[in-house]
Design a protein around this ligand. Structure first.
Ligand code: HEC
Ligand code: HEC
Length: 289
């Protein structure tokens, strides 16, 4: 359910002003180019597409890459300059590493990691038992139930590098998560969360990423908060950051108590936010400040 923009606007204005939101970029002259072309190692990415029909708040969807400064943009265009690709190499190695009491590696059952092509584009999705699962859940299911190995924490380096290595296999494919059928109740929960105002600043995801993308906030250039480039390499953190860790951070920044990565709330939000990017290319791994 979408809150009326007019009611939200007045409340949110105070919060946004407190964060130093500068006026629309267009007032000061357009400082981002919605038509810029992202080509990664010769492969053209779709960074701009018509918004999906069930996302009435947006006309056009844009990859977060478009909002970054030229130096950061260039790093993502070339795998040799993308610091996240080292993590992908680590993930590739782990894929072939035997672990657990069954004496198996991921490759024992799945063969080469290329067999994961397409998987990232449809995550998260509803599993056979009717639960909404992210890639992390599938990985831990294989580790605990098929390998006799210990589950990885959502923020463990091993988990993040593995999701990166799997994501890269779908690079260039359009994000295409299901929002109907069994996914519908989860999607609706995620939509509700997206428009819920959190924290003492009383800001929803939409207040920043739908109403103000393109604007500047605390020296940052607001994007639509798309997740087609996740996990992303954050230069400020000098490591990969997962989707749900990013959500956690954005909610915490509204001075709210945030939901933990792996919680039902962030699963639902991940599905909904992924669906806002249906049609953009999977970029993994993107580079961000
Ligand atoms: C003993 C065999 C086996 C091993 C070892 C194994 N998997 Fe799996 N994996 C499966 C099976 C079977 C499925 C399908 C499960 C389902 O659809 O419910 C699966 C599904 C998956 C999926 C979801 C794919 C999709 O299309 O939805 C991912 C991701 C995955 N595995 C990753 C891994 C990783 C990473 C490892 C190593 C850490 C691993 N698996 C080890 C058997 C295995
Ligand atoms: C106070 C404003 C604000 C709110 C509210 C907010 N964010 Fe953000 N978010 C930011 C800023 C600033 C960034 C960094 C610049 C950018 O990519 O937009 C960011 C980045 C992101 C990114 C990374 C995008 C990329 O391409 O790297 C995602 C995903 C995201 N936010 C999702 C969310 C979600 C989901 C919510 C609601 C739970 C939310 N944000 C709430 C300000 C906000």
């Amino acid at each position: 359910m979408k809150l009326r923009k007019t009611t939200v606007a007045a409340l949110a204005l105070a919060g946004l002003a407190g964060l130093g939101l500068a006026g629309p970029a267009s007032a000061a002259g357009q400082d981002w180019n919605p038509d810029a072309k992202l080509v990664i190692d010769g492969m053209a990415m779709t960074t701009k597409a018509p918004a999906p029909a069930n996302i009435p708040g947006l006309k056009t969807i844009y990859s977060g890459w478009l909002f970054r400064d030229p130096t950061t943009q260039t790093m993502e265009e070339d795998d040799f300059s993308n610091p996240g690709m080292t993590a992908v190499d680590e993930g590739d190695k782990l894929w072939n590493t035997v672990d657990g009491t069954a004496g198996k590696s991921c490759a024992s059952c799945h063969n080469g990691i290329e067999s994961m092509k397409g998987v990232r584009a449809t995550m998260p999705k509803v599993n056979k038992a009717g639960q909404l699962w992210s890639m992390e859940d599938y990985i831990n299911d294989c580790r605990t139930n098929r390998m006799g190995a210990k589950a990885w924490g959502w923020k463990d380096n091993k988990m993040v590098v593995m999701t990166a290595a799997i994501s890269v296999q779908s690079r260039g494919m359009p994000v295409n998560v299901k929002t109907d059928g069994a996914a519908k109740p989860f999607w609706e929960e995620g939509e509700k969360l997206y428009y819920t105002r959190f924290g003492s600043l009383q800001l929803s995801c939409a207040n920043c990423h739908e109403d103000h993308f393109g604007d500047h906030i605390r020296g940052d250039h607001l994007s639509q908060g798309q997740i087609n480039g996740f996990p992303t390499y954050r230069l400020s953190a000098a490591r990969l950051v997962s989707t749900q860790e990013r959500f956690y951070g954005c909610i915490r920044d509204t001075r709210a108590e945030s939901f933990q990565p792996g919680s039902p709330e962030l699963h639902a939000l991940e599905l909904y936010v992924a669906s806002r990017g249906n049609g953009l290319s999977v970029e993994g791994v993107a580079v961000r400040p």
